[in-house]
Design a protein around this ligand. Structure first.
Ligand code: CA
Length: 240
């Protein structure tokens, strides 16, 4: 291994929380190939200990661990300022949509469903790192494919045509466009996009999304329903 003396030895630090040994080994190998520094933990307690000590950039979190639920691990991570900044990608079993929704609401950034292709997880992880880098920049204008949003004038165009959105519709769409390919639950959209807390019902989000899709015409199809989980913005020419 290269042991250079400058910073940037690794692209970032990843803690893999996974009790299936073979899977943990495959994940560690692939992440190291991608240039990440990797630590593997097989229990929830070990994960919490390591996360507090290392403050990793990213944690891949299996939801079914021998000693505790991955959701409990996530809750404890997000409750502690030291570890709250680590991005978490959940590894869930098929049919665990409710658990995934809870995990996203607790602050996980993304999830993949087992069994998954390693390449898919690597793409998700790269996406999280990319967003971590992007978050710092403040753009007054969002553009993706043929959709543009001016955050100052609150103007929206699709293929050059002006679109008229209400305040809530604009805020919701801006949240999606600012976080492409990231799945949000309805509760997250209420809180993060509309700043509405629990005063807005989750089905209001569905109504807003329906209206936004209709108003955007063909670009409405970029707003994708993720069955059982929520919604994501999936513009053309980006990975899903
Ligand atoms: Ca497991």
């Amino acid at each position: 291994m290269d042991t250079g003396d400058s910073e940037g030895l690794a692209k970032g630090q990843v803690v893999v929380v996974e009790d299936e040994e073979d899977l943990a080994r495959v994940l560690a190998f692939n992440l190291e190939q991608q240039g990440y520094a990797v630590v593997v933990c097989s229990t929830g307690q070990e994960a919490l200990r390591r996360a507090r000590a290392l403050k990793p950039d990213l944690i891949t979190l299996d939801l079914r661990l021998p000693d505790m639920s991955g959701l409990d691990v996530l809750q404890q991570l997000k409750d502690v300022p030291d570890t709250a900044a680590s991005s978490v990608v959940i590894l869930s079993a098929l049919g665990d949509e409710d658990t995934v929704v809870t995990g996203l609401n607790l602050g996980a950034e993304d999830y993949v469903t087992k069994p998954f292709r390693t390449a898919e997880l690597m793409a998700r992880i790269a996406g999280v790192f990319r967003r971590r880098g992007v978050t710092a920049t403040t753009a007054a204008r969002l553009q993706t494919a043929d959709l543009t949003m001016d955050l100052e004038t609150r103007g929206v165009t699709v293929a050059g045509e002006e679109i008229s959105l209400t305040r809530s519709e604009f805020d919701l769409l801006a949240h999606f466009v600012g976080h492409p390919n990231r799945v949000f639950t309805r509760q997250q959209l209420c809180h993060q996009a509309l700043g509405a807390g629990d005063t807005v019902q989750e089905r209001t989000i569905d109504a807003h999304v329906r209206t936004i899709r209709r108003k955007l015409g063909h670009a409405g199809s970029y707003l994708v329903t993720v069955w059982g989980i929520g919604y994501k913005f999936n513009p053309p020419d980006t990975e899903g």
